[in-house]
Design a protein around this ligand. Structure first.
Ligand code: KIV
Ligand code: NA
Length: 269
């Protein structure tokens, strides 16, 4: 039997081999990501990527559960972490528990992720004490876009470091098994990684982190726009467009379907 990676497996990778993480929201990409990555994140970035929302704020728990379950069915080896969407966990630790239980029971995933540092520490501890592994998410927290005003890198002035360092410590002390550090200036990401005893997983937070994550469609070159911190490992947008263009032309000229694609009649007995 294949044993899936667990939250403790990832936790134990502090100061070890870098943790490789990518997002996936569906079975077929999950199967590919699963071959090379330690962790698959079912991110609420699916709001942007799958649904065309401007932000992750409209994403619902039902959307996360539907895609989380799809990713579990498509993968075998990686730890699957499902994002808790905006509004499903902030009101109280009890609300967070009920939402996280739905995610675990209905998707069978191994952990949840939620945004926020010190302000979420009590909630993280409450979930962890009750058997729910939690990945933290600090630095830029996109669900707070309406309060922040814009998506900007964090910690680029030393005066702004203290609250972010405090968030990292709070999440680690609360019992999170790892923490995503998003869009944080390299020296601060390095300092946090050296200070806390759980792995940091960077996105726009430098190679100093204990692991990296990207949005799959961004690194594949499928997203129309991607942030500065994304390296493109593919150029799927133009590839898909060329295929669609070819199909449309063939249908219009009746070059498709060809003789090899049609069903003839069965011979009479
Ligand atoms: O939703 C997401 O894809 C994420 C990653 C970018 C960390 O939270
Ligand atoms: Na997210």
């Amino acid at each position: 039997a294949i044993r899936r990676k667990t939250a403790p497996d990832i936790r134990s990778r502090k100061n070890g081999e870098p943790i490789v993480m990518l997002t996936s929201y569906h079975a077929h990409t999950a199967a590919l990501v699963d071959r090379y990555c330690d962790v698959i994140l079912v991110g609420d970035s699916l709001g942007n990527v799958m649904h065309g929302f401007e932000t992750t704020v409209p994403v619902t728990l039902d959307m996360m559960i539907l895609q989380g379950h799809a990713v579990m069915r498509g993968s075998q080896h990686a730890l699957v972490v499902v994002d808790m969407p905006f509004g499903s966990y902030e009101a109280s630790k009890e609300q967070a528990f009920h939402s996280a239980v739905r995610i675990l029971k209905e998707t069978h995933c191994g952990a949840v992720k939620l945004e926020g540092g010190a302000r979420m520490a009590e909630t993280i501890a409450f979930l962890v004490e009750r058997g729910i592994p939690v990945m933290g998410h600090i630095g830029l927290t996109p669900q707070s876009i309406n309060a922040l005003g814009s998506f900007r890198a964090q910690g680029r002035e030393e005066e702004s470091w203290a609250p972010i360092e405090n968030d990292a410590l709070a999440v680690a002390q609360a019992g999170a098994f790892s923490v995503v550090v998003e869009a944080v200036a390299e020296p601060l990401a390095r300092k946090i990684t050296g200070t806390i005893d759980i792995p940091t997983i960077g996105i726009g937070a430098s190679a100093a982190c204990d692991g990296q994550v990207l949005v799959l469609e961004d690194m594949l070159g499928l997203s129309p726009r991607a942030p500065k911190f994304v390296r493109r490992y593919g150029n799927l947008g133009p590839m898909i467009e060329a295929a669609i263009q070819g199909y449309a032309a063939d249908v219009r000229s009746r070059a498709f379907p060809g003789p090899e694609h049609v069903y003839g009649m069965k011979a009479k007995a």
